[in-house]
Design a binder for this molecule. Structure first.
Ligand code: SF4
Length: 110
């Protein structure tokens, strides 16, 4: 079973428990269809706008064994209120630059 670290929007953290992320990870569904069921080894926020802390947090989760980093759908799709993160592309690019392209970075969770 692969290990995944999930990064979520700190703004959405106030209202969302992340239940659908945990369900999709446990079932290997939605964004985890290709990997199959995964073990969540970290579930952190971006640290707040503009999301710079996400880079170091992703790196630390990789150090702790994450083979996949997933940007939760609150960041990239704006779930559940339809307001995607305006910094999502920059955030992802900075994460990939830091952790390297061998680690899969998913653009969504559900
Ligand atoms: S940077 Fe993006 S993901 Fe992070 S709190 Fe702000 S809107 Fe949310």
């Amino acid at each position: 079973m692969k290990k995944v670290g999930i990064i979520r929007c700190q703004q959405t953290e106030d209202i969302c428990p992340g239940s659908t992320d945990f369900k999709a990870a446990a079932k290997g569904s939605l964004a985890f269809e290709e990997s199959g069921p995964v073990e969540i080894i970290g579930f952190v926020s971006c640290g707040g706008c503009p999301g710079k802390r996400a880079v170091q947090r992703a790196s630390l989760m990789v150090d702790r064994g994450a083979e996949i980093i997933a940007l939760a759908s609150c960041i990239t799709k704006g779930n559940p209120i339809g307001f995607p993160c305006p910094h999502r592309e920059e955030m992802k690019a900075a994460i990939v630059k830091k952790i390297g392209s061998e680690i899969t970075v998913l653009n969504w969770t559900h």
